[in-house]
Ligand binder design. Structure first.
Ligand code: GLN
Length: 239
């Protein structure tokens, strides 16, 4: 892994990229380049082998069928597991988050996950659709999470993984907590795309990948404005 350039992989955009999750790669690349870090972004389709030496891997959301297929192909390929063993960063959204765990449900069937995080997902009583907000684990030192969720699954964390945030609006994992993280692996139900709405979260992933404690600040006026507008809409009861 290099600190001089950054290789970002978008995993299976042909299966996993609903609600603009591909935008997370654009945000990471732009924020790295603004700090003078050269970036290469690769989109790896589900019929291609997974590179094992990238710095950041992105998994997006997906409907049940593509999600189950994505899990099968990633398990058969094994490349993402090798990358994680070597210390790569993984950021996963919704379906991508669920498939990092031991199992999830798709189209009524229990499917094997990648077992990269100590969690599993089952089905909830309702589909969780709408704004998602909450206070992020203070150990990560980030402002509150802001996003949009749309999922039928509910996620249950084991003891070796921490929730990403405590919910103030929305459902997330279970109505109380949202997302999960361990080491340099982080999952969330937030679409939006999440990193456009949460630039400090994008910078956390960049810091993990580059092995630095700080990055030069950027002008986040537009992202901050969007976050305030969404917060005001929630407070006014029209999320
Ligand atoms: N298919 C999954 C669910 O409904 C994930 C949906 C998504 O990625 N938006 O829970």
């Amino acid at each position: 892994m290099s600190t001089e350039s950054l290789h970002i992989v978008c995993i299976y955009p042909d299966l996993l990229s609903t609600y603009g999750d591909r935008g997370n790669a654009l945000i990471l690349a732009r924020r790295a380049m603004q700090r003078g870090v050269p970036v290469e972004v690769s989109e790896i389709r589900s019929d291609q082998p997974m590179p094992t030496s990238a710095d950041i891997y992105l998994l997006g959301g997906g409907e049940d069928g593509p999600q189950a297929l994505g899990a099968q192909r990633l398990l058969a390929d094994g490349g993402l597991h090798r990358a994680v063993a070597q210390g790569s960063v993984v950021f996963a959204v919704c379906a991508g988050y669920q498939l990092l765990g031991t199992s999830f449900f798709a189209k009524g069937t229990k499917c094997a996950g990648l077992e990269l995080l100590d969690l599993y997902s089952d089905r909830g009583p309702t589909r969780a659709v709408g704004e998602l907000a909450g206070d992020i684990d203070p150990r990560l030192g980030l402002p509150p999470l802001s996003g949009f969720e749309n999922h039928g699954g509910r996620t249950h964390l084991g003891p070796s993984v921490s929730p990403l945030a405590r919910i103030s609006t929305g459902v997330g994992n279970d109505g109380v907590y949202e997302g999960a993280w361990r080491g340099k692996l982080l999952g969330t139900y937030a679409h939006g795309p999440a990193l456009a709405r949460n630039p400090a979260l994008a910078d956390l992933l960049l810091r993990w990948a580059l092995g630095v404690n700080q990055l030069p600040p950027l002008d986040d006026t537009w992202a901050d404005r969007l976050r305030s507008e969404r917060k005001a809409a929630i407070a006014a009861g029209r999320p």
